[in-house]
Unconditional design. Structure first.
Length: 71
């Protein structure tokens, strides 16, 4: 009688050295803070780019969808 199940290879976890893990952690945190700033904080007039409102207008509808007040 033949078996219906096929043997599978065991998955091995990805192991990172601590220095690379910290680099990924810091990079991810900086990226998350940048996204949070551009979507939740940048208001055009208070922008780090001065009176340029291009980024504000780009994420305007997304900011309302995510519940950030805007005006």
């Amino acid at each position: 009688m033949s078996s219906l199940s096929q043997p599978t290879a065991a998955a091995t976890p990805l192991v990172l050295p601590a220095t690379r893990a910290w680099a990924w952690l810091v990079g991810t945190a900086l990226l998350a803070l940048a996204v949070y700033y551009f979507i939740g904080v940048d208001q055009g007039a208070l922008s780090v780019f001065g009176n340029d409102t291009h980024i504000h207008e780009l994420v305007h509808d997304g900011r309302h969808f995510l519940g950030f007040p805007c005006h």
